[in-house]
Design a protein around this ligand. Structure first.
Ligand code: NDP
Length: 303
């Protein structure tokens, strides 16, 4: 088995690895840093506990129409765990045997664990975000005011995590009002005592945003050079910190704008690392070396 290779469904049909197999499925998947991150952790764990020496994590390029067949084959081949990335996280929900109650309102899973009757699904992205905010910016979501930019899949996971962790207020900004309204309607039953409001970015200065909020970019604006900023930071009462879920490029124009304003700012690499660490904990049932995963992710990004 070559942990640097990109495998396909055809390889899976002939799969045989005597040890424990783990995989990430995506489309595209070539540039995923997850294999480097997980195999670094497993190598370090094997120095302390020999049973991890034959654990391997590999990537499979699987188009969405092949997901059902891929999940069935991975189960048959006894893969212990699977990570899912774009475009599979929501599609997989209808194809698994059970879902962690915390992932149910997100409507998406990024981690699957083998069990006899099928896959058990989890979503570790929200945990990854909460851990990244704490590690990079010293932010605890409980009691915080959060301005969340975006209303797609990543924003939905982040919003559910914010509400489950008891933020004081959650303000969601999105370019397309229709998508914003749909997300707000899904979130309303989870709000509890939190203030939950939405707005389009152009209206930011008129909606009564709190000062000292934590701003989280969960839009894809910034992935490509020349993308517009997801919001004008000048329209917000001085935020406490800015987190951009995008980690490639390492510094988006939005993060650069935050740093120019003297605001504490961080990119999404810590989220990626912590969602992966949580997934590995789910599969191994014990603690995992997060620092080794972070170092491997940084090295893979720099390659
Ligand atoms: P989706 O396609 O589901 O959602 C995209 C969101 O971005 C929508 O809200 C969309 O708004 C908004 N958007 C897209 N282009 C623009 C633009 N030019 N200006 C303003 N808003 C825009 O994507 P995901 O939710 O899956 O991913 C969002 C981001 O989060 C990606 O950059 C992804 O890389 C990152 N991510 C990072 C993770 C990590 O571990 N660090 C994990 C998961 C995601 P509209 O409704 O108007 O179309």
């Amino acid at each position: 088995m070559d942990t640097a290779a990109t495998y396909t469904l055809a390889d899976l049909a002939a799969w045989s690895h005597p040890g424990v197999s783990l995989a990430v499925l995506g489309y595209p998947i070539k540039h995923s840093v997850s294999p480097a991150m997980h195999n670094a952790a497993l190598a370090e764990m094997a120095t302390r506990e020999a049973s991890f020496a034959d654990w391997r994590y590999v990537r499979f390029e699987v188009p969405p129409e092949e997901l059902p067949r891929a999940l069935a084959l991975l189960h048959e081949k006894r893969f212990l765990g699977v990570n899912l990335t774009l475009p599979h996280k929501m599609l997989a929900v209808a194809q698994i045997a059970a879902i962690d109650p915390a992932a149910q309102p997100v409507g998406a899973v990024n981690t699957l664990r083998w069990r006899a009757d099928g896959w058990e699904g989890f979503n570790t992205d929200g945990y990854g975000l909460a851990s990244g905010l704490r590690e990079d910016l010293g932010v605890e979501l409980a009691g915080a005011d959060v301005i969340l930019l975006g209303a797609g899949g990543a924003a939905r996971g982040a919003a559910v995590e914010c509400l489950q962790r008891g933020v004081r207020s959650l303000w969601i900004a999105n370019r397309t009002r229709e998508n914003l309204d749909a997300l707000l309607a899904q979130l309303a039953p989870l709000a509890g005592g939190a203030t939950l409001r939405g707005f389009v970015p152009a209206e930011a200065s008129g909606v009564g945003l709190p000062a000292g909020a934590v701003v989280v970019n969960a839009t894809s604006a910034g992935l490509k050079a020349g993308d517009p900023l997801p919001i004008d930071l000048a329209a917000l009462s001085k935020p406490r910190a800015v987190y951009d879920m995008i980690y490639n490029p390492a510094e988006t124009a939005f993060l650069a704008a935050a740093r120019d304003r003297g605001l504490p700012a961080a990119n999404g690499l810590s989220m990626l690392v912590h969602q992966g660490a949580r997934a590995l904990e789910i599969w191994t049932g014990g603690p995992v070396p997060v620092a080794a995963m972070a170092a491997a992710a940084r090295a893979a990004m720099g390659r």
